[in-house]
Design a binder for this molecule. Structure first.
Ligand code: ADP
Length: 330
């Protein structure tokens, strides 16, 4: 089995993240949109799978966290056959589906990955997806988030919602935080999903203001906010109230900050042959959060997350079950 768990033991003098992990309810909830994935495997043949940034994080978290943790996905699906298949896939993956709302006149979103001479291109059908209504009912959100130890959402989760529903979701997250839940936000910028760059900026700041942990990517932050250094990114999100910010930067060193340990940088071990970078950030998020949930220090959590993401990008597809047979080195 994997060796990731060996880095759980804090070294003398190292501090755990500024959360009382021992008292956290052992319930991890990820919020967002899971889609049907059709990946081309022949001239006219596509293989059906299910994926989506926050679902990928839940899938990895399920494999990283001990069995005593419940890992659930909060979203909305339809009542049609493919929605049922998605729910069955989640359940077969060990992900709890009691926070999947069913909306009768909607279905789930879909994307196709077409491959031409090794080049992949993506087409999306998601504008009417049920997941766009996941934050319709704030009371329902409050109920599903109550007693969660950790909750994760992303910039994509916010982008697919109406401005009013974004606020409802953030209200529910803030209520959960007031009750002790740790909230994590992966900024995951997707300009085409937002109404405008201004709306995206405002949405990211709103999301960060509802989070304890923010996981941005430096290239995206540079493009949107003009950040010159990862310190600029850290400062912006710390000012929104984040207790921990991890600025990922692909193969370049990541820069992280936590309220307790201050700032540190870590350099990923280079990968010679990158196969598919899909879910690098999603698996990274699961690595950080699972480790923190189990009491690791921010450095240990980021080290494990880097090792997991490094392994994920060496295999095709978002979800790589083999990793958990073979293990991965930190
Ligand atoms: P995102 O996918 O969220 O934009 P990144 O591309 O920065 O995030 O990747 C997330 C993490 O995956 C990085 O911090 C790093 O640890 C790992 N990673 C990504 N690309 C590489 C690479 N080429 N070599 C080694 N590690 C990588």
């Amino acid at each position: 089995m994997g060796v990731w768990h060996t880095c759980l033991d804090a070294q003398p003098g190292e501090k755990a993240v500024a959360v009382t992990v021992s008292s956290l309810p052992k319930r991890f909830v990820s919020i967002g949109e899971c889609m049907v994935e059709l990946a081309q495997i022949g001239a006219e043949t596509y293989r059906r799978g299910f994926a989506g940034d926050t679902f990928n994080t839940a899938w990895y978290a399920r494999r990283l966290l001990p069995d005593e943790w419940q890992v659930g996905y909060l979203s909305a699906i339809g009542t049609d056959a493919v929605s049922g298949e998605m729910r069955a896939f989640m359940e077969a993956s060990g992900v709890d589906t009691s926070a999947l709302r069913e909306i009768p006149d909607r279905t789930v979103g879909l994307y196709m990955i077409s491959t031409d001479k090794g080049e992949r291109s993506f087409s999306y059908w998601r504008s009417q997806a049920a997941a766009r209504l996941l934050a319709e009912d704030e009371r329902w959100l409050d109920d599903r988030l109550s007693n969660a130890g950790m909750v994760h959402f992303s910039g994509i989760t916010l982008a697919i919602l109406s401005p009013e529903h974004r606020q409802r979701l953030c209200n529910a997250l803030n209520l959960a935080r007031a009750n002790g839940t740790i909230v994590s936000f992966d900024t995951n910028l997707r300009p085409r999903l937002w109404e405008s760059p201004e709306a995206m900026k405002a949405g990211l700041l709103l999301g960060a203001s509802a989070a304890d942990i923010v996981l941005p990517s430096f290239d995206e932050e540079t493009e949107l906010f003009g950040d010159g250094l990862p310190d600029d990114t850290i400062r912006r999100y710390a000012e929104q109230g984040a207790k921990m910010v991890v600025v990922k930067n692909g193969e370049a060193p990541l820069t992280a900050y936590s309220e307790e340990t201050g700032q540190f940088t870590l350099t990923p071990t280079p990968v010679e042959n990158v196969t598919d970078t899909t879910a690098a950030g999603d698996s990274f998020a699961a690595g950080v959060l699972a480790q923190l949930a189990m009491g690791a220090t921010p450095e240990q959590a980021a080290e494990t997350a880097m090792a997991l993401a490094r392994r994920v990008i060496q295999s095709p597809g978002a979800l790589v079950p083999d990793i958990f047979e073979e293990g991965f080195e930190t």
